[in-house]
Design a protein around this ligand. Structure first.
Ligand code: ADP
Length: 500
């Protein structure tokens, strides 16, 4: 019997990708295509759902063509996607009702303020595990129903469907036969009861959303349906769907309670598997559903840092201190410390555990001796300090001691940053050989659904360590550095709070 492959469709915020993996998790083909970002007004971010679909379809065909495989060579497809992004379309014609409203879009911030003022925060938090915010799908759905002429009437008649990007892609791949989402994506809509595992009638009423537009929610790893023959020329099982961060947690083999991963991209997304018990955070973290195989899913705690790798982009593009992101490592290594300089890159406010939307970027401790190298080093260190703050919050919420951290994402390539992260947290930092963990997670979930893999242990054997970083700071040194960081954050927050 010839070897079969797993295909991951990785639909991200700026590009659509298709990666074909072999059984050992090696990349056999990769195709990627960027698509247009639309900014119709300040703070508004949209995508065209048809461009999401066509870019994803074209990279899928490209990856198959480059590798020379046919549909029968592909065991199954796993989908992973930008989360929360909201699409409404006509179920009869397949035409989108409006552009996709992207997770970053702030147009519904005022709607959320009203919901908070009406006293719904605790309820939302208890039912969905989320902090009320325009980030999640609920207010975006309501915005489309309220602002597109005729949309609400058509929705109430049952002619409109809502989906996050996974749902949209599955519906398109099956030519409208399958209308589903998975637990992880549902848990980011702010409409899903993560404890009872059902759409919350109470929240649907608050947001005035008709239940008939919502997809059926299923586990992240199961066969939802098959690609229609007219799409790729054959039938392939669509056997997994998971939001990007949850897929990365799975791709990093964080299967056990207490396992943690950090993805260092534009921002940093830190997730901890908390097993069958959802943990209610007292420190501003989110409770969400992790990708798994069972009807009864695992849960995760999530904390995000808004600006991580983006601070390096800022050094490169706005400060013009770097030619490329990788150069930041060389500069940081040229000095033995940051000369007491602390950068707080709160360009868009601060996320967990501070949650201050008025904080802004600040720099402290500059003396006459501060050079560009110190400045760059302090910026990289700030990525690690911000992640440290989320780990501390997680340790407190979960009542555990984190000893090991799995890392991925573009900025995890920076060895200085990874070593400093290890030093400042006191954890061992493990970077896998293949940092495409998001796509890998979706592929693994699909392979488990069809029996291609017998169980998670088989997948664990695929984990290939690229490099490990061990802590070497003394307790005193760590404490001293952290004291400086805490002072810097305190000062940045004071500056924000004192503005009126
Ligand atoms: P995203 O998926 O959010 O677009 P990626 O995982 O592709 O992000 O990572 C890109 C980010 O990582 C950019 O913000 C970039 O500045 C940063 N980055 C990439 N390489 C390095 C590096 N060697 N050192 C530090 N930051 C880096």
């Amino acid at each position: 019997m010839s070897e079969k492959y797993l295909m991951a469709l990785d639909q991200g915020t700026t590009s659509s990708r298709c990666i074909i993996f072999d059984r050992s998790g090696n990349i056999k083909a990769l195709a990627q295509k960027e698509f247009e970002q639309y900014y119709p007004k300040p703070g508004y971010v949209e995508h065209n759902p048809m461009e999401i679909w066509s870019s994803e379809l074209s990279v899928t065909m490209e990856a198959m063509a480059v590798m020379g495989v046919k549909c029968e060579d592909i065991e199954a497809i796993g989908i992973t996607n930008q989360r929360e992004t909201t699409i409404l379309w006509d179920k009869n014609t397949g035409e989108p009702v409006y552009n996709a409203i992207v997770w970053q879009c702030r147009r519904t911030a005022g709607m959320i303020d009203e919901i908070v003022s009406a006293g719904h925060s605790d309820k939302i938090r208890k039912i969905t595990g989320l902090v009320p915010d325009a980030y999640f799908s609920a207010s975006k759905i309501k915005w489309i129903l309220d602002n597109v002429e005729g949309a609400r009437e058509r929705a109430e008649k049952g002619d409109i469907l809502f989906g996050t990007v996974d749902t949209w892609l599955i519906w398109k791949l099956t030519k409208g036969k399958v209308f589903v989402t998975d637990y992880t994506n549902a848990s980011r809509t702010m409409l899903y009861d993560i404890h009872k595992l059902e759409w919350s009638k109470e929240l649907l009423d608050i947001f005035d959303i008709p239940k008939c537009i919502l997809p059926k929610v299923m586990p992240s790893s199961c066969i939802y349906g098959y690609t229609d023959e007219s799409i790729l020329g054959g039938r392939i099982a669509i056997a997994a769907a998971a939001g990007d961060q949850q897929a990365a947690l799975f791709g990093q083999c964080c299967f056990e309670k207490g396992d943690v991963k950090n993805t260092y991209g534009t921002g940093s997304f830190i997730l901890m598997n908390t097993g069958k018990d959802p943990i209610d955070s007292s420190n501003g973290l989110l409770t969400t559903i992790a990708a798994g195989l069972d009807e009864k899913p695992d849960y995760a705690l999530e904390g995000s840092v808004f600006v991580a790798g983006a601070s390096v982009q800022w050094l490169r593009d706005s400060m013009r201190m770097l030619k490329n992101a990788a150069q930041s490592e060389e500069y940081a290594d040229e000095v033995s410390d940051s000369a007491g300089v602390y950068v707080v890159p709160a360009f868009t406010g601060m996320g967990a555990p501070y949650w201050n939307q008025y904080a802004r970027g600040s720099i402290f401790g500059i003396t006459r001796g501060c050079k560009k190298e110190h400045f760059i080093r302090a910026t990289l260190e700030s990525i690690a300090y911000q992640s440290y703050d989320v780990f501390k919050a997680m340790e407190e919420d979960a009542g555990v001691n984190i000893t090991e951290l799995k890392v991925d994402g573009g900025a995890s390539a920076n060895n200085f940053l990874m070593k400093f992260q290890s030093d400042i947290t006191g954890c061992t930092v493990k970077r896998p050989k293949c940092i495409e963990t998001t796509a890998l997670g979706a592929a693994y979930l699909a392979g488990l659904a069809t029996g291609y893999y017998s169980d998670r242990n088989e997948i664990r054997k695929n984990y290939n360590l690229g490099r490990e970083f061990d802590p070497s700071f003394s307790e005193d040194k760590r404490n001293e550095l952290l004291k400086g960081w805490n002072r810097a954050v305190k000062a940045a927050l004071l500056w924000a709070d004192d503005q009126n």
